[in-house]
Ligand binder design. Structure first.
Ligand SMILES: NC(=O)c1ccc[n+]([C@@H]2O[C@H](COP(=O)([O-])OP(=O)(O)OC[C@H]3O[C@@H](n4cnc5c(N)ncnc54)[C@H](O)[C@@H]3O)[C@@H](O)[C@H]2O)c1
Length: 257
């Protein structure tokens, strides 16, 4: 197994879903991990499960909360080597013509500006690391157009530009920056998406699941543990020459819906 022994890792939105799987992978690989999340009860549950884990309650969409959280994380860990920018919401389902502008802004505030804020405050700590790493959670929706999900797709494409730019800016400090682009991931989120499509299209959830899998070469959804394993690899010395890359984990999906 790739080791993370000694690495100090911050995972945003680490108390559920993909963030939780990434946290578990780093802890299993020997890292010291701090997670933040908006859900205090879920953070407490994670701490009970993983002794030694440190946590902050934080709303990444709130600039003051996010910047305070980074300082708390660096203080709890005694510095920072790896930042996992995982926090992101799916946002509304509506055409651009019908989009509620406030809902649009809420997605940008968390997915794009929240990622910017956390990263900006983490950079001084990462520069002091022997080998800093930033991972950014984009999506399949950062590779294709996604009808009726414009704020989500727009932010996930925006994070690609952010990744590419950060890699150019930070390489000289030995900091590597990569984006992970998951496709449909097993769990409650994909079930909600499939249920939404089923009611919109007058089909069953099973029919929507079959249609989603027909769209990819590999006929299963992504297990979140695969994303944890990839994050651990990218943060390890085995990934020391990988930066500025966009890494899809989506069974070779051919579109975003
Ligand atoms: N699940 C998928 O199929 C999928 C696919 C591609 C990309 N992604 C991306 O992966 C990331 C994680 O997705 P997920 O499905 O695990 O998410 P999720 O909806 O399961 O939520 C994960 C965690 O985010 C926390 N959270 C929500 N709003 C927050 C906020 N404002 N501040 C701090 N924490 C907050 C929640 O409390 C939860 O614990 C997101 O950026 C998402 O866009 C997910």
């Amino acid at each position: 197994m790739t080791t993370s022994t000694g690495l100090r890792v911050l995972v945003t939105a680490g108390a559920g879903g993909i963030g939780r799987a990434i946290t578990e992978a780093f802890v299993a690989a020997g890292a010291s991990v701090h997670i933040c999340d908006i859900d205090e009860a879920a953070l407490q549950q994670m701490q009970a499960q993983l002794p030694g884990l440190t946590t902050s309650v934080c709303d990444i969409a709130d600039r003051a909360s996010a910047s305070r959280m980074v300082a708390d994380a660096a203080s709890a860990l005694g510095g920072l080597d790896v930042l996992i920018n995982n926090a992101g919401i799916a946002g509304p389902t509506a055409s651009v013509a019908d989009m509620d502008p406030d809902a649009w802004e809420a997605v940008l505030r968390l997915n794009l500006t929240g990622t910017f804020t956390v990263t900006q405050h983490a950079i001084p700590y990462l520069k002091q690391s022997r080998a800093g790493v930033i991972l950014i959670m984009s999506s399949l929706a950062g590779r294709f157009g996604y009808p009726n999900r414009s704020p989500y797709a727009t932010t996930k494409w925006g994070l690609i530009g952010f990744t590419k730019t950060l890699s150019r800016e930070l390489g000289e400090f030995g900091i590597r920056v990569n984006a992970i682009l998951p496709g449909a991931v097993e769990g409650p989120r994909i079930q909600q998406v499939l249920a939404g499509r089923a009611s919109a299209n007058g089909r069953t959830v099973a029919q929507e699941e079959a249609a989603a899998l027909a769209n990819q070469s590999i006929k299963h959804f992504v297990n979140p543990a695969e994303l944890g394993a990839l994050a651990v690899f990218l943060a390890s010395d085995a990934g020391r020459s990988i930066s500025g890359q966009l890494i899809p984990v989506d069974g070779d999906s051919q579109s975003a819906s």
